[in-house]
Design a binder for this molecule. Structure first.
Ligand code: URA
Length: 286
């Protein structure tokens, strides 16, 4: 394939969300015999198992491109999270006495397999003294590269919405439920979310904003402990209760990425942001 063709193919992959190489050498699954596929499947460790330290690769995983006499390459196995990791996360997060400590703990934490494919731990952006905190779902590609939340396309839209109510990154604080980009932007699993939950809950508790805004379904469901979808939840004030019992007025609203796909619903988000503006002004007066 010539370089133009290769560029086109890589662009196609990137558009489809395939933007992370997992091995140094390509693996042709079509060229794999059934026996090799069975060997590959059989050589995968059974879950649950202890998480692997980032960067560690088991000898069986160092196989490269298949040779006729060798078994096919084996995918590097990400650490498999288990309930013990969720318990460990709760213990660690609860012990953080400041945002700096929490950030350091999150950066050192090795119990979530999302970290094995992420480039950066995305902690937060903005002003931790701000009266208002926004929580999204998980970093995307741009956020993973820059190590900051909401810096890609949906972040640009969020910035424009904030500007429309007189706010910017110096007057708000922004974070996500999940600190590591899920590979290919897949949905985080319930267990991965459970492992990350104590960190974002402690994060909110340490910031103690006057107002919390949950962006989209996952952060709304997690932080308001509800199964009700965002379309029903949005626009109505609710309460997020921190682990120590602090009650924070919370506005669930539509995620900017959703608004990019459904621009007609920007009108709904605009209503929510006007309500946020009013509440913020009242809370700053009171
Ligand atoms: N979507 C999110 O939920 N968070 C980000 O940081 C970026 C996109």
């Amino acid at each position: 394939m010539d370089s133009a063709g290769l560029r086109e193919l890589l662009t196609f992959y990137a558009d489809a969300g395939v933007d992370e190489p997992l091995w140094d050498a390509p693996a042709d699954r079509f060229d794999e015999t059934r026996l090799e596929a069975e060997q590959r499947a059989a050589s995968r460790p059974q879950a649950p198992q202890a998480p692997q330290t980032q960067g560690q690769t088991a000898p069986s995983q160092q196989a490269h491109r298949k040779q006729p006499s060798r078994p096919a390459p084996v995918a590097p196995t990400a650490a498999v999270p288990d309930d013990a990791q969720a318990a460990r996360a709760r213990e660690i997060a609860a012990s953080a006495a400041s945002l700096e400590e929490l950030r350091a703990q999150l950066e050192a934490f090795d119990g979530c397999n999302l970290k094995t494919t992420a480039k950066n731990t995305v902690f937060a952006d903005g002003n931790p003294q701000a009266p208002i905190m926004f929580v999204g779902e998980a970093p995307g590609r741009d956020e993973d590269i820059q190590g900051l939340p909401f810096v890609g396309r949906s972040g640009k839209l969020l910035d424009r919405i904030l500007a429309a109510i007189g706010l910017d990154r110096s007057s708000v604080y922004i974070s996500n439920v999940i600190a590591w980009r899920p590979p290919g932007n897949r949905d985080p699993s319930p267990l991965e979310t459970e492992i990350c939950r104590p960190f974002i809950e402690r994060h909110i508790e340490l910031v103690a904003p006057k107002i919390l805004v949950t962006l989209g379904n996952p952060s709304t469901k997690l932080l308001l402990r509800t199964q009700t979808g965002i379309m029903r939840m949005r626009g109505t004030w609710a309460v997020h209760e921190t682990p120590s019992g602090l009650q924070i007025p919370t506005m669930p609203t539509l995620h900017p990425a959703y608004l990019l796909r459904n621009p007609a619903h920007k009108m709904l988000a605009w209503r929510d942001f006007l309500a946020i503006k009013q509440k913020l002004e009242a809370s700053l007066k009171g």
